[in-house]
Design a protein around this ligand. Structure first.
Ligand code: C2E
Ligand code: MG
Ligand code: MG
Ligand code: MG
Length: 288
């Protein structure tokens, strides 16, 4: 069994494995130790160009390889990190390792953009822009190859620091992405205030949209808006053939989701790309 297929299988077991860890409430001290002991591992999920099928980048998604609980998903510890002052350290570890990985891929001739998730809670001080830039610099990765995916939170709406930091990062040529667009506080106001390069349509408006008039309307509206603002538009949650056909038919720029690939360990990516390169030719040839 090819590695990529194996990792897809492992991820498919998530529903069976997750309940154990899902019931587990972690203590801030556990997470503190996990950060220090290197128990956080980055998984990477491909983002592909819809028209050509080319792999244009990956999104970094952190997991906690817990010695007892197994693989713990970010839903179970990101909020904890945010609430206990650990998010900056967590982000530092994730970012450093993602930048190292980006350099390794670049050295292998894979010119991928690497996206990292940042919660607004991270933006507590203006020095954060320097922190990100030195992480990229240290690894020798150009800011243009780094995408910072930002999700908004209600708490930060009135504060000026996040806007300043994002503007500084944009001036340093990092690419900014507005994540989960259309949900929560990821909305119009942010688009007006912050110069985003990329808009990611939330998966609730993508997966199954062809069978849901409301979701479909929101999908179209988000796609139009992103295009009119000159942004690259990403559809997340492309889970099946119907979703894939929708993004092709409507000329969305980039797609991401289980139909293409599940998040995988860095070492599986090269093998996965080989498999995908065969599949994408067939997909591109098939009628809409
Ligand atoms: P996100 O940034 O919106 O990431 C996408 C999530 O959707 C990932 O879940 C991914 O595995 C999942 N996904 C991808 N394709 C599909 C699909 O086709 N169908 C469905 N149903 N789901 C899909 P994951 O890895 O559990 O991450 C959840 C959230 O945790 C992320 O949402 C992100 O907001 C946050 N997160 C992950 N890593 C980090 C990190 O390093 N820092 C911060 N601050 N947040 C992170
Ligand atoms: Mg994201
Ligand atoms: Mg998202
Ligand atoms: Mg999401």
């Amino acid at each position: 069994v090819p590695l990529a297929q194996l990792s897809a299988m492992v991820d498919k077991w998530r529903p069976a494995v997750a309940p154990l860890a899902a019931d587990r409430v972690f203590e801030p001290a556990d997470l503190r130790a996990a950060i220090d002991n290197g128990e956080l591992v980055n998984y990477y999920q491909p983002k592909v160009d819809v028209r050509s099928g080319t792999v244009v980048g990956v999104e970094t998604l952190v997991r906690w390889q817990h010695p007892v609980e197994g693989l713990v998903y970010p839903d179970q510890f990101i909020t904890l990190a945010e609430e206990h002052g650990l998010i900056l350290d967590l982000t530092g570890v994730v970012l450093a390792s993602a930048m190292d990985q980006a350099r390794i891929w670049h050295e292998q001739g894979l010119h991928l953009r690497v996206a990292v998730n940042l919660s607004m809670e991270t933006f507590s001080s203006v020095t954060f822009a320097n922190f990100v830039s030195s992480a990229a610099n240290t690894a020798g990765v150009a800011p243009q190859d780094v995408i910072l995916e930002v999700t908004e939170s209600r708490l930060m709406l009135d504060q000026r620091a996040p806007l300043e930091i994002l503007t500084r990062l944009r001036l340093k040529r990092f690419r900014l992405s507005i994540d989960d667009f259309g949900t929560g506080h990821s909305s119009f106001t942010q688009l007006r205030d912050i110069p985003f390069d990329e808009l990611k349509i939330d998966r609730s408006f993508v997966h199954g949209a062809t069978r849901d008039r409301t979701a479909l309307a929101m999908y179209h509206a988000s796609l139009d808006l992103g295009k009119q603002l000159g942004m690259e538009v990403v559809a997340e949650g492309v889970e099946d053939r119907d979703d894939w056909d929708l993004v092709r038919r409507t000329h969305c720029d980039i797609a991401q989701g289980y139909f293409i690939a599940r998040p995988m360990p860095a070492d599986d990516l090269v093998a996965w790309i080989e498999v995908w390169n065969q599949r994408r030719v067939e997909l591109a040839a098939s009628a809409l």
